[in-house]
Design a protein around this ligand. Structure first.
Ligand code: COI
Length: 354
C-alpha cells in the first residue's frame, strides 16, 4: 500500500558528480545519481523507492516496446545563491501526466507521493542542480507498461519513474523553422494533447527531412487542411502581430504546455493583449511579408522561449526582425526566468520550495 511515509532510499556510494563538466552540458546526456521508482501491481501503486540511476530489466514482450503505452513529462528545478531549491509548477505537470495516463488507459499517479518523492530526490541530488544563469535540473517523470504479452490491450502493470539531468538551454541559437504542409504531428481526435512517446516517434521523420533542408524544426499545421498552425517541434507556438500575442487555441491535437500557460499569464499581467484562437498560415505569412509579424517563438520546459529567426514556406525563407530588436519575447523570457529563480515575486504561486 502506497504512502508518502514509506519512500525507501538506497544511496549510491559511487557518485558520478566529479566527472561532470557543468560548463559543457549537452541536453539530456548527463544523468544525476539517483532515480525515483514505483510500480503499479495488483491494482495499486507499490511503496516507492529512490535508488541509484541504473538500467531496468524488461520482458521482450513488454507492451510499451511493442505498442507504445508510454508517457512522460518535463519540468525543472533551480537552486538560488543561498542554496535553496525550488521546482516550477510541478503539480501542473503531474495533472497533465494524469490526463495523458487517462488517454492511454494507464493509472493516475497520486500527487502527494509525486511531490514527496520528487522533493526527496532533489534533496539527495541537490549538488547536481546547476546555478549558472540559464541552467537548471531538468526533471523527467515517465510511466510505461510493464506487462508481458503481445495482445493489443492495456497492461495490468506499470512503472512510474523520475530521472533528472543538469541542463542548459535546449536550443542555443535563434531557430530556422519550416511550415510543414505534408506531414502532421497529430490529428483532431488523436492524442496530440497527451505527452505520449508515440507523438514524438512520429515527429522524427518529418523533422529529419526538414533538417536535411537546413531547418532546426518544423511549424506543425493541422492534419486535415494544413491551413492552421498547431505547434513548433517540441514546443507551443506564439506570434506577436500588431503588438498582440497570438497563439493556437488548445485542442485534442495540441499539448497544453505549462510554459505556454505561464507565458500567457505573464503577458496578461503586463497588459499585452493575448489571443488564443485558430491561427492560419495565411495570416502569419502575410504578416511576415508586410512586416507586421514582429516576433515568433516556441515555448516549452526544455526550450523555455526559443526565438524563431527564419520561417521557410513553400521554398522561400522569410526573415523576422533580429532578436535584439524584439520588444516582447526577450522580456517575457527574462520575467519567466526571474520568477523561476526567485528574483521576482511569484504572485501566482508557481514556485514550490523543496
Ligand atoms: C519538454 O519541454 O520538457 C519536452 O518535453 C521537450 C522534450 C521532448 C525535449
Amino acid at each position: 500500500m502506497l504512502s508518502t511515509q514509506t519512500i525507501h532510499i538506497e544511496k549510491t556510494n559511487n557518485s558520478r558528480l566529479p566527472e561532470v563538466d557543468f560548463s559543457n552540458l549537452e541536453f539530456g546526456q548527463t544523468f544525476s545519481d539517483h532515480m525515483f521508482v514505483s510500480d503499479f501491481v495488483n491494482g495499486e501503486w507499490q511503496a516507492p523507492e529512490i535508488v541509484p540511476f541504473q538500467n531496468f530489466s524488461l520482458s521482450p514482450a513488454n507492451p510499451a516496446l511493442h505498442y507504445g503505452q508510454a508517457i512522460f513529462e518535463g519540468l525543472k528545478a533551480y537552486k538560488n545563491e543561498d542554496g535553496e531549491i525550488s521546482i516550477f509548477r510541478p503539480q501542473a505537470n503531474l495533472r497533465r501526466m494524469n490526463v495523458s495516463a487517462d488517454r492511454l488507459c494507464m493509472p493516475a499517479f497520486p500527487e502527494d507521493v509525486f511531490m514527496e518523492g520528487l522533493k526527496e530526490l532533489l534533496r539527495l541530488d541537490a549538488d547536481w542542480i546547476p546555478t549558472t544563469t540559464g541552467s537548471s535540473l531538468y526533471i523527467r517523470p515517465f510511466m510505461f507498461a510493464t506487462g508481458e504479452f503481445l495482445g493489443v490491450k492495456p497492461s495490468d502493470t506499470y512503472r512510474f519513474a523520475i530521472i533528472t539531468c543538469p541542463v542548459n538551454a535546449y536550443y542555443s541559437m535563434p531557430l530556422r523553422v519550416k511550415v510543414e504542409e505534408t506531414f502532421a504531428r497529430s490529428v483532431e481526435g488523436g492524442f496530440g494533447f497527451a505527452k505520449a512517446a508515440g507523438n514524438y516517434a512520429g515527429s522524427l521523420y518529418p523533422a529529419k527531412k526538414a533538417a536535411e533542408e537546413g531547418y532546426h524544426q518544423l511549424l506543425w499545421t493541422d492534419g486535415k487542411t494544413h491551413e492552421y498552425f498547431e505547434e513548433s517541434g517540441t514546443m507551443n507556438l506564439m506570434f506577436i502581430i500588431n503588438d498582440r500575442l497570438i497563439t493556437p487555441a488548445l485542442s485534442t491535437s495540441i499539448l497544453a504546455g505549462v510554459t505556454r500557460d505561464t507565458i500567457i499569464q505573464i503577458a496578461k499581467d503586463h497588459g499585452l493583449p493575448v489571443e488564443e484562437r485558430k491561427v492560419s498560415v495565411a495570416e502569419v505569412m502575410e504578416a511576415a511579408q508586410n512586416g507586421t509579424l514582429q516576433e515568433a517563438f516556441g515555448c516549452g520546459t526544455a526550450a523555455v522561449i526559443s526565438h524563431i529567426q527564419t520561417i521557410g514556406f513553400r521554398g522561400t525563407d522569410f526573415e523576422l526582425p533580429p532578436i535584439d530588436l524584439r520588444k516582447y519575447s526577450p522580456r517575457l523570457a527574462q520575467e519567466l526566468n526571474d520568477i523561476r529563480v526567485g528574483k521576482k515575486a511569484d504572485t501566482h504561486g508557481w514556485v514550490v520550495k523543496v
